[in-house]
Design a protein around this ligand. Structure first.
Ligand code: THU
Length: 161
């Protein structure tokens, strides 16, 4: 028997003030774009902003539906938009934030399982890691070097060859 180990580390910042100007700008935009979410059921507005390799930015927000499972997370709205508007262009950094209308928005959230799988596929597709910057409207900020680190031993296209 061999014991394998998965090591995962990430950066923790105390506030937006500790970030580089580029990251701070993305976080500010992600916080603001939560206003475009359609979340009448959860009242949990999520916003995402991607900095693309070609200099463009793309945003996404969660879009809910009365038939609950039809709703889409901000991250997947963003990835679909990016792939459609700028096919083949890598995402350097993706900032995700939220505004919880029923409570606090004072700690980072990280993508759900389906979004992790979608992010991993995007990295594979354009052959570049997506750096994540996770935050609330205030409080600590997490930076993760590569989105797929959030999904160890994941299933991917390679497995089907
Ligand atoms: N949601 C996102 O958009 N992204 C996440 O990372 C977590 C959850 C959305 C889905 C749903 O509309 C609401 O937040 C509550 O789960």
């Amino acid at each position: 028997m061999n014991q394998e180990q998965y090591n995962f580390s990430f950066e923790v910042y105390n506030s937006i003030a500790e970030l580089s100007p580029e990251d701070a700008k993305l976080v500010t935009e992600a916080r603001k774009v939560t206003a475009n979410a359609y979340a009448p059921y959860s009242h949990f507005n999520v916003g995402a902003v991607a900095q693309l390799k070609n200099g463009q930015t793309v945003t996404g927000t969660n879009q809910e539906n009365a038939a609950y499972p039809v709703g889409i997370c901000a991250e997947r709205v963003l990835l679909s938009a990016a792939a459609t508007l700028f096919p083949g262009i890598a995402i350097d950094t993706l900032a995700i934030s939220y505004d919880n209308k029923n409570g606090k928005s004072d700690h980072p959230i990280s993508p759900c399982g389906i979004c992790r799988q979608t992010l991993a596929e995007y990295e594979e597709r354009v052959k570049q890691p997506i750096r994540l910057v996770l935050s609330g409207q205030e409080g600590k900020i997490y930076i993760i070097k590569k989105a797929s680190q959030l999904l160890p031993l994941s299933f991917g296209g390679e497995d089907m060859k």
